[in-house]
Write a protein that binds this ligand. Structure first.
Ligand code: 1GP
Length: 247
């Protein structure tokens, strides 16, 4: 339970964590050495690996390549059970609780079991909550579920608290990859004050002020994906977060 213990410890110390999301379908293996240099310089704390749809075997190849170059914990963030590989250090075992499609509430999780029985990494049960990011996100398209509107704060909080009562160890507030609107600060604040498990926030976060805003409102981990895909220098802009983190 090394990675989850680290998340809890960071939360206790109010030390904010930066996670970078790499989609195995979007990064080429040849770029990895150069990307990893930037990732190390920027003191990225966690690497999430996954995507809504990923070609079979790509996740494993990407993780193998990263592992040669880096000690940063690699956490699977799978869009479906076929992305699971024992090369990772942990998995966000997601249940899409904002949606009403049984496939992403329990079916995919059951299909994952034969593979998980062969894996020895940490399994971190995560309540995954899709919030309207102002565009049709890949999660929405693939899962065929509706996001919760940003103004339904109580519904989002109740979903998060129910997730916690069910035994989930993390809450992931997701505006969707490439969101126009990231998760509103009031949502981040309400959820993080009313649940006592770590809160991850992602979707549409592009710059330092958005990152800081999420941290200041209680996000324990912020995920950056698209912004780094579009501009690999963005990590340097975000990298001094530790000096300026909120106490
Ligand atoms: C998507 O929350 C992640 O699942 C990251 O979103 O790609 O918009 O940074 P972005």
């Amino acid at each position: 339970e090394r990675i989850y213990a680290h998340l809890l410890e960071a939360k206790k110390k109010q030390e904010k964590l930066l996670a970078l999301l790499l989609d195995p379908d979007k990064v080429s293996l040849g770029e990895i050495p150069r990307l990893m240099k930037q990732i190390h310089l920027a003191e990225v704390d966690l690497l999430l690996v996954g995507g809504s749809t990923v070609e079979l075997g790509f996740t494993e190849k990407l993780i193998e390549k990263i592992k040669v170059l880096s000690q940063i914990p690699i956490i699977l963030f799978p869009g479906d059970y076929t992305q699971i590989t024992n090369h990772a250090d942990a998995i966000l075992f997601l249940s899409l609780l904002s949606g009403r499609n049984p496939e992403y509430l329990i079916e995919q999780q059951m299909k994952a079991v034969p593979m998980l029985e062969k894996c020895d990494f940490e399994i971190i049960p995560t309540g995954y909550i899709l919030i309207d990011g102002g565009h049709e996100s890949a999660v929405q398209r693939v899962s065929k579920t509706l996001p919760i509107p940003q103004n339904q704060i109580e519904k989002i909080v109740h979903t998060a608290k129910a997730a916690m009562y069910l035994g989930n160890k993390l809450i992931y507030l997701e505006a969707g990859s490439g969101a126009i609107n990231s998760v509103d600060k009031r949502i981040v604040k309400e959820v993080s004050t009313r649940v006592d498990i770590p809160v991850i926030v992602g979707g549409g976060i592009k710059n330092k002020s958005q990152l800081q805003e999420a941290y200041e409102n209680g996000a324990d981990v912020v995920v950056i994906g698209t912004a780094f895909e579009n501009d690999q220098n963005v990590l340097q802009e975000l990298s001094h977060k530790k000096d300026e983190s909120i106490h």
